[in-house]
Ligand binder design. Structure first.
Ligand code: ADE
Length: 418
């Protein structure tokens, strides 16, 4: 078993400094780590984790190791690994197989290396480990306690597997915990997507027309932040209730074909394939910017862009210029990969604190209960979700109101008068 594959182990010291900085902003995870250190609830767990290798992830891994788990970590996207973090974890002696700029084969080879620890828990951001285990290592699937999934995209994939009867071990939909989805997806994606776009382009949002494709929690969060920076927002959405919400949030709502000629910046956050495609590229203004903040690089139809382009050049780091035959230039950011991690730091530690607290407690739950759970997608137990909220509030110095006995009785009875 090869110990680690990273770009440059010499980056370890710089990585440790940044991991420590994040740790100081992740108090909930820190308190769980301390509890894990004394109770060792993960003893015997072998965790294959396929996550964005960031400073925040490093702190999650530290907590899992403190709980007694053996962990092998791989990156969950070829452009999201922070090489100094991978180096720091490798220098600590952990199994890390990740470097920024992996090609497709290297990406999957890294995941396969992590499977050499014979995991009994998988931890995913996009369900790639689960997919490989099911397709290529079914013997591992049968020994698994269970898995945890971090993203909307992954949960959608896993529900499809479960509906097909193909899922061979239970998975916790960490994404769907309220203390994950409503904060990480909304405030985390909102801020880090704007950060990535600004880093790549120094784009001025004020006065521009920004087309937000998808109005789930991620789309809502980004629309809110772009609006706050002075942009005019157009929302493209297929789900009528979400479209209605966008309209009443004060945004214009229309199909992509109508938005295409109006936008200065297009950002996809849908989890679906080809939401911006040839017919739309043909309508866009010169110098339109295209970015994706969904998990996979499939939301913008890049092969169509390649076909349409007369020339393709690197305008600057993370910006590819496609010059169409009529001379219009379209700029694709970070090869259509998630802009917030490819061109910025990903979500800030304060929100990842809650996401990863859910992950850590869900891993413990899986280790303790996985054998008894059905082979389907399970919610994060509500006690975990509430505990994460309580710990976060306490860390922020916020106290909440309590019900009086009279109020409690009123809420729990139907006989009392109105
Ligand atoms: N996903 C989005 N932001 C992230 C971060 N900072 N660390 C790990 N996964 C992330």
């Amino acid at each position: 078993l090869q110990k680690s594959v990273v770009k440059d182990i010499g980056l370890a010291e710089a990585g440790e400094k940044r991991i420590e900085w994040a740790r100081r902003h992740m108090p909930v995870l820190e308190s769980i780590k301390e509890e894990f250190e004394s109770t060792k609830p993960l003893k015997g767990a072998r965790v294959a984790a396929c996550l964005h290798v960031t400073v925040e992830t490093a702190n999650l891994i530290t907590a899992l190791v403190a709980g007694g788990a053996q962990v092998a970590l791989t990156g969950s996207n070829p452009l999201s690994t922070q090489d100094d973090v991978a180096a720091a974890l490798a220098a600590r002696g952990l199994h890390v197989y990740a470097f920024r700029g992996e090609n497709e084969k290297e990406y999957y080879d890294c995941i396969k290396k992590a499977l050499e620890i014979s995991p009994n828990v998988t931890l995913d951001d996009g369900a790639d480990t689960i997919a490989i285990v099911h397709k290529e290592y079914p013997e591992l699937a049968d020994k698994m306690f269970g898995g945890c999934e971090e993203t909307t995209t992954g949960v959608v994939r896993l529900r499809a597997m479960a509906d097909d009867g193909a899922l061979r071990y239970p998975v916790i939909a960490v994404n769907d915990a309220e203390t994950k989805m409503m904060f990480d997806n909304r405030y985390g994606t909102g801020q880090s997507t704007a950060h990535g776009i600004m880093n790549a382009t120094n784009f001025l949002f004020a006065g521009k027309t920004v087309v937000v494709v998808g109005y789930g929690w991620c789309g809502r969060g980004f629309a809110m932040r772009a609006h706050g920076l002075g942009a005019n927002i157009i929302v493209v959405e297929i789900e009528p209730r979400k479209a209605l919400e966008a309209a009443m949030d004060g945004y214009r709502v229309m199909p992509m074909s109508e938005a295409a000629p109006l936008g200065d910046l297009f950002v996809t956050l849908t989890g679906d394939i080809n939401v911006i495609r040839e017919e739309h590229f043909l309508l866009m203004k010169d110098q339109s910017i295209l970015a994706n903040s969904g998990h996979f690089n499939v939301e913008i139809d890049i092969p169509a862009l390649e076909r349409l382009a007369a020339t393709k050049t690197e305008a600057k780091e993370n910006v590819t210029e496609y010059r169409l035959k009529d001379g219009r230039r379209l700029y694709l950011l970070a090869e259509g990969r998630l802009i917030n991690l490819a061109a910025a730091f990903g979500h800030p530690p304060e929100v990842m604190d809650m996401s990863f607290a859910n992950q850590a407690l869900s891993v413990k739950y899986i280790v303790e209960n996985g054998r008894r759970l059905d082979r389907c997608v399970h919610p994060v137990p509500v006690e975990i979700d509430r505990r994460v909220a309580e710990l976060k509030l306490a860390s922020m110095g916020i106290r909440v109101e309590r019900l009086t006995p009279e109020q409690y009785k009123y809420l729990h009875s139907w006989q009392m008068g109105t």
